[in-house]
Ligand binder design. Structure first.
Ligand code: BDP
Length: 717
């Protein structure tokens, strides 16, 4: 008789345990078995009689999703019926397809929801009731189905309640900063998921899972390549590869965009110039664009970074951004394509405060861009800092389409080792009052086109996705992808509500787990700001890789050094952007400029962003500025320890693999938070020459040691 050795038994145990472990691959689409009997009694009959009104590739995608969900939630496949009335319970179709069974009122209500909207609820016909998921277009139906599945997973589904929703923003877009060699600029989750070498022949199933994940949260556009662009993506060989991705994404309602390198006419066709007014250049882009559309008839358009950080652009030829953008927009217009032009434009040759340069470039051009151009503006004027006041370009231009650029990848927010839930930061930006173009305007209302009538609306996020098994490196970084999609769909959503949704989908519906994880997530951003850049400090990260603290970073171009931003000296610290300083505050609406010009009135979180303040300046709570800085750094570390404790208390409730993954990373985060606190406080003390408050954990270590640290393997450069 075969007797297994101890080793074999151990191995087997490991294998079977690991097959239960959750590696995070399924994201928030990990359809758990339904344990609640009441919920099951509602869902089971519906999936036992599904009827589709018609056929198309998106319905095929829905069918695949229902198969997956049903097998996992109910341990059986759904039953699809061919006859509308017999044995059917769940109806899926468009408003037009269901027009015979919807009342005129219902049809009008659904029509008003637009292309991507959906309605779900119960319909009565011939004394029988049916649950229906209806959209104006198949993609709206898809969103409705995902919303329905989401409600089942979070145990909120109730067939007697009608529900409808539609997005407030037209383009909800991921910007990948993926290079053609599969490295990812500012990528902390492995390599690019676009396997250019194996495309077009091999379609990695991951592309489909990526599309499912995006569609489930309403993302409907992706730019595949880095904004620091490589012209080769525009060659015919690459178009064939991109076409395959576009074909995979189409049923999921996702359009593909590419980044266009402004000098491509020179690099690809050997032209002598890339001058946007040159007839040969114009002809090049027209031909190139027509060729792309011959492969991808619904190609979204181009995303362009020009004349910034060394990228080529119209300035080389004495042309402005509008001339550059409009030339490309004209090539796209006959195909209904969109040209997204980034406002992240600054130059070290310009002596003016970097904060002001984008406004200086773009305000005079307001109204001069073609209708199919969107100016994509980062949330703040410097660069995705842990906390950044809103970009003054919002509201300053209002005769041009504007769109938001957030950064989901955590370049400045802990990269792959830190748990930082970003939705509260985005919510803060979206809700900021900007008073232009109307006295009520907020960033969100402007993005939605209120007050400007802007039709082409956009919220983009720089992707945090890579080849890591769990897609985003840190399990909790998945919540940022999720939250981005939700906020882009509806910028008025609260970050707490989104956290709730994600937690239920990821960890289940146990209320204790929910409350604890919510605490961790909702405190995480403020904690990171505290231990990195409190009170409006900014851009004091390590050189180039931006990993860890580097308030001492000097040398090279001034606007890439830390002292350019913190200006610490024996008197005080901060960047004076008042009229006595750079004057950047004058670029905001007068209401904002006035309130923020006074160091005693400005919200303290932005104090050092706009003011150079003496070390003994009195904060609202009576502490001096120096004490306040020290308390914030200390508080940040304490918050991370609290997060660790809360997580530890959840051990019995969380999948062991997930639990341990997060536990280990929180340990790293604690060390990194301490490092930030120690290094920054020791460094700033060399200027303030004041003691640390006695009741904080005293910063340890030697400043010279912190300065000497090198990270040649830091990812994402
Ligand atoms: C900065 C990044 C850099 C990007 C740049 C951009 O450090 O890698 O190329 O933004 O947005 O945050 O273009």
């Amino acid at each position: 008789m075969y007797k297994p050795s101890l080793l074999a038994v151990l191995l087997w145990t490991c294998i079977s345990l690991s097959s239960f472990a959750n590696d995070g691959y399924k994201l928030w689409l990990d359809y758990q078995p339904i344990s609640d009997s009441q919920l099951k009694s509602q869902v089971e009959p519906l999936l036992g009689g599904v009827y589709f009104f018609g056929e198309n590739p998106t319905y095929e995608a829905i069918r695949k999703e229902l198969n997956l969900a049903s097998k996992s939630m109910l341990a059986k496949a759904p039953v699809y019926t061919k006859e509308r009335l017999q044995n059917t319970k769940l109806w899926i179709g468009t408003r037009e397809q269901l027009s015979q069974v919807l009342s005129l009122d219902q049809q009008a209500q659904i029509k008003a929801l637009g292309n991507d909207g959906y309605w779900r609820g119960t319909l009565e016909l011939d004394g029988k009731s049916f649950y229906a998921i209806v959209g104006n277009q198949p993609v709206g139906v898809l969103y409705g189905v995902y919303n329905w599945l989401n409600s089942i997973q979070s145990n909120t589904f109730d067939s007697s309640t009608e529900l409808s929703d539609s997005p407030k923003i037209k383009l909800r877009m991921l910007n990948h900063w993926d290079n053609l060699d599969r490295t990812v600029e500012r990528g902390y989750a492995g390599f690019s998921i676009w396997d250019w070498h194996k495309l077009p022949g091999y379609v990695d199933p991951r592309y489909i899972d990526y599309a499912r994940a995006n569609a489930s949260i309403g993302i409907n556009a992706v730019s595949l390549t880095n904004v620091n662009a490589n012209a080769l993506i525009l060659t015919t060989d690459f178009m064939k590869k991109v076409k395959v991705l576009a074909d995979v994404f189409r049923p999921y309602g996702i359009k593909v965009f590419l980044t266009a390198r402004f000098s491509a006419p020179i690099q690809l066709d050997g032209l002598k110039t890339a001058d946007p007014l040159d007839p040969e250049v114009i002809a090049f882009w027209k031909k190139k664009t027509d060729e792309i559309y011959s492969f991808i008839p619904d190609f979204g358009g181009f995303l362009v970074k020009a004349n910034s950080e060394g990228q080529p652009g119209p300035h080389e030829y004495g042309r402005n951004h509008a001339e550059g953008a409009n030339m490309l927009a004209e090539a796209l217009a006959p195909h209904n394509g969109v040209l997204i032009w980034r406002a992240f434009v600054y130059s070290h040759e310009d002596e003016v405060d970097r904060h002001m340069q984008a406004n200086n470039e773009f305000e005079p051009l307001d109204g001069k861009f073609q209708e199919n151009v969107i100016i994509q503006i980062k949330n703040g004027a410097i660069d995705f800092q842990p906390r950044e006041p809103v970009h003054p370009l919002y509201g300053a231009i209002n005769k041009t389409n504007v769109g938001m650029e957030f950064q989901i990848t955590q370049e400045y927010l802990g990269q792959a080792t830190q748990l930082v839930y970003l939705a509260p930061m985005w919510e803060e930006v979206l809700k900021t009052k900007i008073y232009r173009p109307t006295p009520e305007s907020t960033v969100a209302s402007l993005l939605e086109g209120e007050g400007t009538g802007q039709k082409l609306t956009l919220i983009a996020g720089v992707s945090n996705i890579g080849t890591d098994r769990n897609w985003t490196g840190h399990l909790f970084a998945q919540s940022n992808w999720y939250a981005f999609g939700r906020q882009a769909w509806d910028p008025s959503l609260e970050s707490k509500q989104i956290a709730d949704e994600w937690i239920k989908l990821t960890f289940g519906t146990n209320p204790e787990v929910l409350t604890k994880i919510e605490d961790i997530m909702l405190s995480s951003h403020e904690a990171a700001v505290d231990y990195m850049t409190p009170l409006g400090l900014h851009h004091i990260m390590g050189r180039s890789h931006h990993y860890g603290p580097g308030p001492w970073v000097m040398g090279g171009r001034a606007d890439w050094t830390a002292p350019y931003y913190h200006n610490a000296d024996s008197l005080g610290i901060g960047f004076d952007r008042t009229t006595e300083g750079s004057g950047a505050l004058g670029q905001y609406a007068p209401e904002v400029a006035k309130a923020w010009s006074d160091p005693n009135q400005i919200p303290e979180k932005y104090l050092l962003w706009f003011h150079h303040v003496p070390w003994d300046f009195k904060l609202k709570n009576g502490n001096t500025l120096w004490e306040g800085i020290a308390y914030h750094y200390d508080q940040g570390v304490k918050e991370v320890r609290k997060m660790q404790e809360t997580w530890a208390s959840l051990e019995s409730e969380i999948d062991p693999a997930e639990f341990d993954h997060v536990r280990q990373l929180l340990e790293v985060q604690e060390e990194e938070a301490e490092w930030w606190r120690n290094a920054c406080l020791l460094y700033f003390k060399t200027f303030s020459k004041r003691p640390f408050p006695a009741d904080i954990e005293q910063p340890e270590g030697d400043l010279e040691y912190y300065k000497s640290l090198q990270f040649p393997n830091a990812p994402g450069i």
